[in-house]
Design a protein around this ligand. Structure first.
Ligand SMILES: Nc1ncnc2c1ncn2[C@@H]1O[C@H](COP(=O)(O)OP(=O)(O)OP(=O)(O)O)[C@@H](O)[C@H]1O
Ligand SMILES: [Mg+2]
Length: 272
């Protein structure tokens, strides 16, 4: 609603994991590099963790966007599914017709598909988001799935993406066989104060028509940092509120007072 007022072509602080808005902080860049390395070096398994709202799904989407032509991806979000249901979703997302098939038949269909992709020299990647919800039994089955291989390489790369509980689970003694196959776990930390500033400027720039847009004073950024703790999703929610307030109050540049007002509004909304 305020896009026109600030000359935005789109909302700068949406909460969708849109890779066009990816601000490449050191840690987001490292995560992208880790994923790229793991997938193209055919490590078999990789894992990305981070707190809620830190940008895990956005980084994964950025990776897919960058390498789409050479990838065949299936993207599944897990709740606590048993393995055969997960397998069904995976096959479906790869475009396989597996309606009515049992587990063995689905595995056979998947294997055939993986070999055909291998022959076309395409990288098949299974991305499991919200992987902290996977049970140890399902993780074990996934390990078996990653055993599908030719003599010289893995046929499928599996990327586990989830909250820090995922790392805890992978570090359990019973998970050591799987854990040994993962080349380090990539953890995305929250943003520091400087990155929060650059992050805000970057998103405003991407959304604006002429590459310019409203500015935040240094104190205003401090307030955003303090409120959000450096979590991108919380930054977005607050900045969206501040932009709305600015529109209503007819100001284009934001000081700490208007940010505090935004925080008050969000907090009173949480209470009601
Ligand atoms: N580096 C970044 N650059 C730009 N936007 C980002 C960045 N990191 C996160 N965001 C934004 O923050 C919001 C939350 O990101 P995302 O959904 O990727 O987080 P997540 O870690 O997957 O969260 P969850 O644990 O809830 O799944 C999105 O709007 C996303 O665009
Ligand atoms: Mg996510």
């Amino acid at each position: 609603m305020y896009e026109e007022y600030y000359s935005f072509k789109e909302l700068p602080f949406n909460v969708t994991p849109d890779p066009r808005f990816l601000y490449r902080s050191r840690s987001h860049r490292d995560a992208l590099a880790y994923i790229t390395y793991g997938i193209f070096q055919k490590k078999g398994f990789i894992a990305v963790t981070g707190e809620v709202g830190v940008g895990k799904t956005t980084v994964v989407n950025a990776f897919i966007d960058l390498f789409q032509p050479s990838l065949e991806t299936a993207f599944v979000f897990t709740t606590k599914f048993p393995f055969d249901q997960l397998l069904y979703l995976v096959c479906n997302d790869f475009g396989l017709e597996v309606e009515g098939m049992n587990k063995v038949q689905m595995l056979m269909a998947l294997n055939k598909f993986l070999i055909s992709q291998y022959e076309k020299n395409r990288n098949t990647v299974l991305i499991i988001d919200e992987a902290q919800n996977l049970s140890p039994e399902v993780l074990e089955e996934l390990r078996m799935l990653s055993n599908l291989e030719t003599r010289d390489r893995k046929l499928i790369q599996i990327m586990l993406v989830g909250q820090p509980e995922l790392e805890k689970m992978l570090n359990l003694n019973e998970m050591r066989q799987l854990r040994q196959r993962i080349p380090g776990i990539c953890h995305i930390p929250i943003l520091n104060r400087d990155d929060v500033e650059k992050y805000i400027q970057f998103r405003i720039k991407v959304a604006s028509v002429n590459g310019q847009g409203p500015a935040f004073t240094s104190e205003a950024i401090n307030e955003v940092f303090h409120y959000s703790g450096g979590t991108p999703r919380l930054i977005n929610i607050l900045c969206d509120r501040v932009l709305l307030l600015g529109y209503v109050m007819n100001v284009h540049n934001f000081d700490s007072r208007i940010v505090r007002e935004g925080i008050r509004e969000l907090e009173s909304k949480e209470i009601t």
